[in-house]
Design a protein. Structure first.
Length: 359
């Protein structure tokens, strides 16, 4: 199932789009990420508050857990989305700064997902869990959901924002005629998107996209040969790591390698995928195509914008509206465990039967 939603207005877009598990943080967040690691260097907390109402005692507000992207911090990625959805309690799932100092932490997607699943179950002992992620966070969130379900916890909704695992057989090969046709179609979308064609921005973004594509290709080639990375610091080719402390930089590199190695299994739960309409210049991520095969119960929603702009003011509005409706189905008031909800359903069902028999 697929649908299309549009943004409300055009805004300036800085940075570049993703190719594979993209790791670029939204604008102006680099300093915040560095501050996060410096000021919380001993913190062990996984779940933290994003929205002001996250600790609201009003049980009618469903909780939504946002998994971090490559930097390990998720708060800044989702603040605008949380602002537009006051009826939802937004929590972030972060890589604890103290754990980043552990050279094993982040070494595999499965291990870090298990760690987060354990923390989530302690934070919310009962009830369905709703979670999602942007970029690399979408891939980690998938494995967190798998881990939770393996422990017999219900995952009501998984929201994947413009990213999909790489190691699947769902996508077209890079030399497939349809892939090449899609690749050729990327440039017109960038040209039409007026924010990308000003002040030399397109040239800068093209250079970054090229660096990202080369880094991604290096990782792929290394796995197919000796299993060793051609360049263990490939992430530095497309992302400025100087703003981050040493422990966090090492964590990001480990996690990037883990994402390239991750081999997902079929996910049978409910998933909504938000896919940016403007693709990277030098690679076709095939986000929707991959998810449709990986998760049979997928709904793919197209969102106008780039990988970086999809969660920003002016672009995120329509995404927020769609996600709000999906999360509302899991609010405690609508839960199948709510006696009032069950009573109303029984009455409605009885009326339907009576109407059908002409009573």
């Amino acid at each position: 199932m697929s649908s299309s939603i549009a943004r409300s207005s055009h805004r300036t877009v800085a940075g570049t789009t993703a190719t594979g598990p993209d790791m670029h943080p939204p604008r102006n967040s680099g300093a915040l990420h560095a501050l996060f690691a410096r000021t919380l260097c001993d913190a062990e907390r996984v779940v933290f508050l994003i929205s002001d109402n996250a600790l609201d005692e009003d049980s009618s507000r469903p909780a939504f857990y946002c998994v971090h992207s490559l930097s390990g911090a998720s708060g800044t990625d989702f603040r605008e989305l949380a602002r537009l959805m006051p009826a939802v309690r937004f929590h972030g799932i972060q890589a604890p700064p103290k754990k980043m100092q552990d050279v094993e932490f982040g070494g595999s997607v499965e291990s870090i997902a298990d760690y987060y699943a354990t923390a989530l179950m302690k934070f919310q002992p009962t009830g369905p869990l709703l979670l999602g992620g942007w970029s690399a966070g979408a891939i980690i969130a998938l494995q967190v959901a798998q881990s939770l379900r393996a422990r017999e916890r219900e995952v009501g909704l998984l929201a994947a924002i413009d990213a999909a695992p790489d190691n699947t057989s769902a996508g077209l090969g890079p030399w497939h005629p349809l892939y090449l046709l899609a690749l050729a179609g990327n440039l017109p979308g960038w040209i039409i998107h007026e924010n990308l064609i000003r002040k030399g921005m397109l040239r800068s973004l093209t250079r970054r996209a090229l660096n990202k594509a080369m880094a991604f290709h290096e990782g792929k080639m290394a796995r197919q040969t000796s299993g060793k990375r051609v360049n263990s610091h490939a992430v530095e080719g497309f992302m400025d790591l100087s703003r981050y402390p040493p422990a966090q930089r090492s964590f990001m590199k480990r996690l990037y390698d883990a994402l390239l190695d991750y081999k997902p299994t079929e996910y049978t739960g409910s998933v909504v995928i938000y896919e940016a309409t403007i693709k990277p210049l030098l690679r076709v991520p095939q986000v929707g195509k991959i998810w449709r095969k990986l998760a049979p119960q997928s709904a793919v929603v197209s969102v106008k914008g780039t990988h970086l702009s999809i969660l920003r003011e002016g672009y995120v509005n329509a995404l927020a509206e769609d996600l709000r409706k999906r999360i509302a189905r899991w609010s405690p008031e609508n839960s199948v465990n709510n006696p009032r909800h069950n009573s109303e359903n029984s009455i409605n069902a009885m009326h339907s039967v009576m109407s059908a028999i002409g009573a």
